[in-house]
Design a protein around this ligand. Sequence first.
Ligand SMILES: *Cc1c(COP(=O)(O)O)cnc(C)c1O
Length: 501
Amino acid sequence: MSTRKIYQSTRSALLTASPAQAVMEGIAPDGGLYTLPSFADAGFDYQAALSLDTLDMGAMIMTALLPDFTLEEMTALVRAAYRNKFETADLTPTVTVGEDALLELFRGPTSAFKDVALSLLPHLMRASVKKCGCDDEILILTATSGDTGKAALEGFCNVPGTRIIVFYPENGVSAVQKAQMVTQTGKNVCVCAIRGNFDDAQTGVKNIFHQVQEQNLLAGQSIRLSSANSINIGRLAPQVVYYFTAYKEMVAAGRIRMGETLDYAVPTGNFGDILAGYIAKQLGLPVGTLVCASNANNVLTDFLQTGCYDRRRPFHLTISPSMDILVSSNLERLLYLLTGDADIVKGLMQDLQEKGHYQVSDALVKKLHSDFWAGFCDDDGTRDTIGQIWREHHYLCDTHTAVAWNVAQQYKAARPAHRPVVVLSTASPYKFPEAVLRSLGISQEGNGFAAIAQLEKITGVPVPQNLRGLDQRPVLHRDVIDQAEMLKYVLKKAEEKQWNK
Ligand SMILES: *Cc1c(COP(=O)(O)O)cnc(C)c1O
């Protein structure tokens, strides 16, 4: 028998929510993130989960995390979400590259790992709203460092009862990422650039939630805000599943025996993906070390090594833009899960906001070190790694994956007793064709979109269908605003009856 599972804010044990309510609201009213007190579940049989096919395994795991859905309900949602959406039958294949395994998470409709969760979230959101007995329209607000935006637009496009506004940093995404977003069709979608970086966009969105809630700014409009970022537990839960599928494939390939531990290396920005790995571990999957890989924005590397989180540092625009983040939202959930103390978390988050830094206790640093290892790789290292993997293994990887691969090698050198490592591969190389071409030592002919064709010609690796002909699609979204205007923008958009024809 599993115990009753109630979500609560990371900043207050008194602010509780049912799982469906947590998904519907996206973020707790006090600005905290919804979490279970612990995701450990004595009733969850991980080996039984591993014996199922991907979709049934997904439904079983999702039901354990969001237990006001029955297994039947969840199975229906999962099947509807992934039908004919991915290039490969097993949504997230694990491939062998050298002595490591690579978990390919980018075979979905927008060629980034966010598709795994954002294919399911709209279905889960509608079902959650219904379960909560709410008939408000849901207005999704999303800040993106490049990949979430497009995956969320694609996921929510024309889903009845929902609208979505995506904010992206004007100069903080790749040309391909930007083209993917500004050409998005659909009656219920809106895309807007922010003059600032991702942290500005994300903070802006969090502030809107707070102000709308505090001042009841959408009163009488039958509209409810929610989030498609990994602050929403409904975004995080589907990501737990592929830690299991990779494990299953590693057993099937004879790389480990059932019950042995695996290490995972995760290219990290907002700490969502790697936290999903930690949740998999709490559910009983034999996960050894979670290797947190950062780019030059290495605030997490410092934190996981020293226990001091300090965002007072330069913000670097890198060739792995989806990890250009200095305020990693989901770390807050980990802090709660490790301390079990909402007051401590609230204090740390207040320090971060007011002073720009915080320090956790030595006891907590010790706990962090038992589950995590951290390293970083700058742009030069990223390019070298892409070139090296191509030359040695004839595998073409993207810039984010290269960061994780590079840090995985650092980890193995530092910890000779490591377990087999699964490196999470989070995007198609064709989302960052200019950077990848240069990494292969090839000079680019023409613009960013010509680089896609050039890269395909040279490597023979096929371009994903969704990225073909991007530059010929009409631009449908041109708004650019300051962070200070975001609230006004959202309120105006909320009032408009019709966005696009
Ligand atoms: C979002 C993203 C990441 C970072 O994931 P988080 O959950 O934010 O840590 C890494 N790589 C790619 C390609 C991404 O889109």
